[in-house]
Design a protein around this ligand. Sequence first.
Ligand SMILES: Cc1cc2nc3c(=O)[nH]c(=O)nc-3n(C[C@H](O)[C@H](O)[C@H](O)COP(=O)(O)OP(=O)(O)OC[C@H]3O[C@@H](n4cnc5c(N)ncnc54)[C@H](O)[C@@H]3O)c2cc1C
Length: 536
Amino acid sequence: MSILSRNHSDTLIIGGGLAGLFCALKLAPQPVTIITAAPLGDGASSAWAQGGIAAAVAEGDTPEAHARDTIAAGAGLVDEAVALGMVREAPQRIRDLLAYGVPFDKDLEGRLAVDLEAAHSARRIVHVSGDQAGRAIMAALVAAVRNTPSIHILEGHVAEDLISDSARVTGAQVRGPNGTRIAIPARAVVLATGGIGHLYAVTTNPDEARGQGLAIAARAGALIADPEFVQFHPTAIDIGRDPAPLATEAIRGEGATLVNRAGERFMLRIHADAELAPRDIVARGVFAEIAAGRDAFLDAKAIPDFAQRFPGVTASCRGAGIDPQRDLIPVAPAAHYHMGGVATDARGRTSLEGLWAAGEVACTGAHGANRLASNSLLEAVVFAGRIAEDIAGLAAQPRRGGIVHVPEGREVFPLHVPRAVKDAPVRPLDPRQEDALRDLMSAHVGVIRDADGLKHALAEITRIEHDNACTPQMRNMATAALLVTAAALRRTESRGGHFRADFPNSDPAQAKRRFMKLAEAHAIAASVVPAKRAVA
Ligand SMILES: Cc1cc2nc3c(=O)[nH]c(=O)nc-3n(C[C@H](O)[C@H](O)[C@H](O)COP(=O)(O)OP(=O)(O)OC[C@H]3O[C@@H](n4cnc5c(N)ncnc54)[C@H](O)[C@@H]3O)c2cc1C
């Protein structure tokens, strides 16, 4: 194990998606190290975003209206003050992105062009070249980061654990590209590792979105909020690819309909807003058609200039021999976004001193039980910006704030790492174990859940988590899956992205956010898992 120079790690940002890069840029010229599992710009959901960023910038729209839509989508669990604060900051953060060089689409008068997406009451999605928002935003930010001398980048490095002493998080333990393990000490650690989609067999997320940040924070003792709330995107393009390409919501916003094999517009009988109903309702509608053997398709044939307006979707379809202007696009629900995550306050601070969290890995309370479309990129920039401000402010008053001083020359940091993990040899994930976990999550902790399935999943996940032969990354996947599953069993109602077939209605008594530490998830698992399986 080697220790990096302290100069590289005053602030350590784990993750190089929008949240991580924006935070690093906002901290400049303070020294920052970004570690990222994939080359910068790759392996991040941010680069795949098709719709854009929600911001009340159009004439007649207001942050209050945006907040109302956010709160309505969140099914009773949105922290209203957090949501309102977030949407009020949206125009300023869009200006920041413009300043970093993001080429948002404009109208003829030079104003930001805005699209409509499901469950928004106004056109407020700021976008780039139709469906290229994520790619363009990330290209601009990657270029800005590479041009910022205070930002040190370690690509191909995977955080496997946090390092902490009795008082605070003091760095991270990281696996380098050649398998070596390094400890990176830091005065402040920002988790920006993205979501958990890859825990599921069908997902729109990149491979790197496998819940590692959630797991390592939970293992270090951080409070986790609402982990049961996973959003399934109703219209992943069902052409057998992993990850599944996405047919953005904006296509339905532009008038595309959902039909089954018989040509019936099935959403009309499910919800008054039909295809523009909240995502969870559309996802269950699509799921039900597929489960009934009727299949589900997006009919976008009537949208003019489809290829120009949605080039990414067109390319995915054409790759599978589908022409969206002539053919129906086969779709299926896919794990897409995690509303739950590491609990943070309005400054992005977690429950652990020295640890902040931003972007999809965090749970600020802004999304509640169901995220409003295009609010996640917004949340990433708003809270990453606030974290940078918080850390910069604390650095100016180091002794009173929350930032630890790493003594010069100190070479050894206490590691809170289980022995089996610490001594584990370097090897890739076992694909069979990984596939088994992903199939299990899709089958039992997916669009529709019930107690029997969740208990079965907990037993299997516990077995993987206790398997001495599994790699640290596989163990982290199992830990993240355990948190989602245990919380899903604990919530005996249906709300937002969490649907229980055995408790199909919302229960007003459970209309509150719920928090969990890893020990509670283990206790729930132990209460339903026969003892011999728990220790197998
Ligand atoms: C296909 C698709 C379309 C979407 N469209 C939209 C949209 O239009 N609008 C919207 O608002 N949201 C959209 N979303 C959601 C949004 O893209 C994400 O929620 C957001 O980009 C998350 O940003 P992030 O920075 O938190 O994570 P990411 O962008 O996923 O970045 C995470 C980073 O962490 C790294 N990482 C992960 N684990 C580790 C580890 N252990 N060690 C080191 N590095 C690690 C990854 O390599 C990556 O660099 C979409 C998501 C997908 C998948």
